[in-house]
Design a protein around this ligand. Structure first.
Ligand SMILES: Cc1cc2nc3c(=O)[nH]c(=O)nc-3n(C[C@H](O)[C@H](O)[C@H](O)COP(=O)(O)O)c2cc1C
Length: 157
């Protein structure tokens, strides 16, 4: 069996729900990224905090989730779509590990913008990896959609 890791950041739990469904269907291990200072649960305040960090390319310190990835061959990487790009905790994770030779599979949740630049942004950080087509979910996760997508990309346990 492949060693599969599902790494994600989620503020309002949508990406966490998607990560959980992927973990259930792949039998992979889940790993939540937790930055040292979390964002506000107030949408307007979070928008200001996040906008400021993204415009500076800021990578927050992770207090959880940054352990070694050596044991994993396949890594699903999940983020909310924030201003068409990765959430800063996911950028921190990507910058701090070596993904050479690993299979990377992006996933995101969004409010209508799909992946935006997220797949490109992940590819830029994982230049020596095999990157499979990801999934972008708006709203509730349907387990049938995840099943179909995993079959389409040829994911096998
Ligand atoms: C700061 C911020 C910026 C966002 N920017 C976008 C965006 O550019 N495009 C989009 O489709 N959705 C955007 N959204 C909506 C989120 O991607 C969506 O609600 C997502 O499911 C949240 O994931 P979470 O529950 O895991 O935090 C934004 C949300 C926030 C809080």
């Amino acid at each position: 069996m492949k060693n599969t890791l599902i790494v994600y950041y989620s503020l309002f739990q949508n990406t966490a729900n998607l990560a959980l469904e992927i973990a259930l269907q792949t039998d992979g291990s889940m790993r939540e990224l937790i930055p040292d200072k979390n964002y506000s649960f107030n949408y307007n305040t979070a928008t200001k905090e996040v906008g400021n960090q993204i415009s500076r390319g800021f990578c927050p310190k992770l207090i959880s989730g940054n352990e070694s990835i050596d044991d994993y061959e396949t890594i699903f990487i999940g983020t909310p779509n924030w201003f068409k790009t990765l959430s800063p905790p996911v950028l921190s994770f990507l910058r701090q590990h070596d993904f050479k030779g690993k299979t990377i599979i992006p996933f995101c949740t969004h409010g209508g913008g799909g992946f935006g630049q997220i797949e490109n942004d992940i590819a830029k950080e994982c230049t020596e990896s095999i990157i499979l087509p990801g999934i972008a979910v708006n709203g509730t996760v349907e387990s049938e959609d995840i099943k179909r997508w995993l079959e389409t990309i040829g994911y096998e346990q």
